[in-house]
Design a protein around this ligand. Structure first.
Ligand code: ZN
Length: 726
């Protein structure tokens, strides 16, 4: 059954018909008026009763909540960040607004708490158990406009441009005015750029969907939809963006990358523009906004606490070796590298250079190599050229290939200090990545001075954050005795200052493993991750989760934000799966060991596949791999895996193709699929679910939640398979 229903299939009359009976029972409305209401069949009885003056809004809300046996919702005090758990279209369809969420439960205000279908659908999209409260439909729909659709219709956005003089191209090669019919598109693009800058966005995404173009801003690391451009205008907006970046408008079938510069709000900005084809709907475009005048970050920009910063500074006192930052995309690795470089230079390490793709911050007086792999300037080549200059400290933006890894290690062991990063989730996967790139464990141990696993969480907006109760946190997340600051739990509210998100800016959480003698020995002998963690903790290391909890207790961020970014710690995740009773456990021990369920991982990125294997094998799964869609189908046929983890963007056959083929060819031998993709948009997700995917996860994945979701799907399909066939 398709999970998404079109608007037309939703009954548009008397959606809260159950309220009529309650009105009759409690004799609030005269029988004649009630009869008239029945005939009239408005979409919402609750709204109609109030607008006809038959009862007050408060009366109806109280009556409805009583009738449905749910509490009255206080929608104004909901956590605005909770809307991320339910896409706007789904929220509107079911008149359901998420107010808050914990690891397992999502609290939802709805005008229809008796709708079991809604409860099921909402629970599915939020991945949590639904707890309903009642709110009047009118109030809900008004709130949707506030939390989902920021108060910025296109007209106002474009209209404001004339007076604000937002954007002026500084690039002589880009035509100042677009030809003829594209002029409104050019104005829309300029207005969007200026608006995004005002909203502190780091990126703008233009994503084509069936109805047109969805525009989203990334603010403090979180995507926020700002508007939808009708289909008729979508093409010219994309064309305008490509013209700005001097990209080939005649070729929509291949990815393109380009740059432009523009004056926005009086300052010079770099626009890094990337396009990619999207099946059926055209091209998606992303624009990264880089403030050319922004000063390079210092350690203060990370928002570390004094004891944390002292640990980092001790690490940066080294003058040779490798300091490695690990984290997924958007975890602030480059900010930390620049802050570290700033510290090293201030302490006398002035002979420095950077090698990046692209240069993130312009520093005066040092060599900065810009990697451009398409033009043949690889990380390896740029690093080799930099090493010919006599520099002591090198900021190397990322290690992503064997050649760069080998050069970096050679330089570090030869007396250079390398500040660099790998795009992996945690310490064990960072080490695994280096090994897969050809750096043997003893060499890792010989050069590494420290590994910093990092995430960025959003900082509560100081203007609107509200005090909250310690009781809202799970017992395991309550402050322990070692916490020596005042406990001030706060929650997100939202105000004009923070774009109604409740958050403003970000701060870094770090898990810093300093490589001392003990840790070096463990690294060299490829000891298991737990041993490393143990040694690190003995030397004062805090996990990301622990570092984050301190920020929750100090009121700098929220528990929900910590869970969103870091994921639940393994203990909590394990508790989600029902623990076997003593009897069951004994039975399992007595029986012969069951074969490990096979997880087939289809992803064209070998490092990603290796990462999945690293996560899943210790959890008792066997892992098979496929490097593209065609291979995925072959393996699925041959191995009949318990589950398929499917990437969407793969060569030969993409994820949609695999889902379609599975549905057609392997009917009767259903392989449950979890889509794991970087595409975090509702349209793709809905399409995948329609095509039969069981679940949908966006990268970067949290190992604990991946395992929990896999187990959940296996439980679900396992239960279905064991039902008697009729
Ligand atoms: Zn605020």
């Amino acid at each position: 059954m398709p999970r998404t229903t079109t608007a037309a299939s939703v009954p548009k009359a008397l959606r809260d018909a159950w309220l009529l009976a309650a009105l009759e029972r409690e004799k609030i409305v005269p029988p004649a008026a009630l009869e008239a209401l029945r005939k009239e069949a408005p979409e919402w009885v609750a709204d109609a009763v109030v607008s006809k003056g038959l009862a007050t809004a408060e009366q109806i809300v109280a009556l409805a909540a009583r009738a449905a046996h749910v509490p009255v919702a206080d929608i104004a005090s909901g956590d605005p960040a909770a809307v991320q758990f339910v896409p706007e279209a789904v929220a509107r369809q079911y008149a359901a607004l998420p107010l808050g969420a914990s690891n397992r439960v999502v609290k939802i205000a709805t005008a229809n708490p008796l709708d079991l279908d809604a409860e099921q659908a909402l629970g599915f999209v939020a991945g949590r158990q639904v707890v309903f409260q009642y709110a009047a439909p009118q109030a809900l729909f008004k709130r949707f406009d506030e939390v989902y659709r920021p108060e910025r219709p296109i007209e106002r956005l474009v209209g404001g441009l004339a007076t604000r003089a937002g954007v002026a191209g500084t690039d002589a090669a880009a035509p100042a005015a677009a030809p003829g019919g594209d002029a409104p598109a050019a104005r829309l693009v300029e207005a969007t750029l200026a608006d995004a800058v005002r909203e502190r966005a780091s990126d703008i995404h233009f994503e084509p969907v069936e109805q047109g173009l969805v525009i989203r801003y990334r603010i403090d690391g979180v995507l926020k939809e700002v508007m939808r451009v009708p289909r008729s205008a979508a093409g010219s907006v994309v064309r305008r963006l490509k013209v700005l970046a001097k990209l080939d408008i005649a070729d929509p079938l291949h990815p393109h990358e380009g740059r432009a510069t523009a004056r926005i709000e009086g300052k010079p900005w770099d626009l890094l523009v990337a396009t990619a084809p999207v099946a059926r709907y055209g091209e998606q475009v992303s624009v990264r906004l880089v403030d050319q005048t922004a000063p390079p970050p210092t350690l203060a920009a990370l928002g570390l606490w004094p004891d944390e910063q002292a640990r980092l500074e001790r690490l940066l006192a080294h003058r040779e070796g490798v300091v490695l930052v690990a984290g997924p995309r958007g975890s602030g690795k480059i900010v930390t590298l620049y802050a570290a470089l700033d510290k090293v230079r201030a302490a006398g390490g002035v002979d420095a250079a950077t090698v990046e793709d692209p240069v993130a911050y312009h520093l005066s007086g040092i060599r900065q190599a810009d990697v451009d792999e398409k033009r043949g300037a690889s990380f390896g080549a740029a690093l080799r050229a930099t090493l010919k200059e006599d520099v002591g400290t090198i900021l190397l933006g990322e290690i992503r290939d064997g050649e760069t890894a080998a050069l970096a290690w050679q330089a570090a062991l030869g007396g250079h200090l390398l500040l660099t990063a790998v795009r992996t989730n945690d310490l064990p996967s960072a080490v695994a990545r280096l090994v897969s790139l050809g750096i043997e464990p003893p060499r890792i141990a010989a050069a590494a001075k420290g590994v910093i696993t990092q995430r960025m969480v959003r900082r509560l907006c100081p203007r609107c954050a509200e005090n909250a109760d310690l009781g809202g946190l799970p017992q395991a997340a309550h402050p322990d005795r070692s916490f020596d600051r005042p406990v001030t739990i706060r929650k997100a509210k939202g105000c004009a200052q923070c774009g109604f998100s409740g958050f403003n800016g970000r701060l870094a959480l770090q898990e810093l493993l300093a490589v001392d003698g003990t840790v070096a020995e463990l690294l060299a002998s490829a000891a298991p991750a737990e041993k490393l963690a143990e040694a690190g903790r003995a030397a004062g290391m805090r996990t990301l989760w622990e570092a984050g909890l301190r920020r929750v207790w100090a009121g700098e961020t929220t528990y929900e934000e910590l869970v969103r970014v870091v994921g639940e710690p393994a203990r909590a995740a394990a508790a989600v799966a029902p623990a076997p009773t003593a009897g069951q456990a004994a039975a399992v021990e007595a029986a012969a060991p069951a074969p490990a369920p096979v997880v087939l991982v289809a992803d064209d990125d070998a490092a990603m596949r290796a990462l999945f294997a690293t996560i899943l094998k210790p959890q008792g799964f066997a892992v098979a791999e496929a490097a593209d869609g065609v291979e995925a189908l072959e393996q699925a046929q041959r191995l009949a895996p318990a589950i398929l983890l499917l990437d969407m963007e793969m060569p030969r056959l993409d994820g949609f193709g695999v889902l379609e083929a599975l549905r057609r060819r392997l009917a009767g031998r259903a392989v449950p699929v979890i889509v794991v993709t970087v595409k975090d948009d509702a349209a793709t997700e809905a399409r995948c679910i329609e095509l039969g995917a069981e679940d949908y996860l966006t990268k970067p994945i949290q190992p604990s939640s991946l395992v929990v979701r896999i187990r959940a799907v296996l439980r679900r399909v396992g239960a279905q398979a064991s039902w008697p066939r009729s």
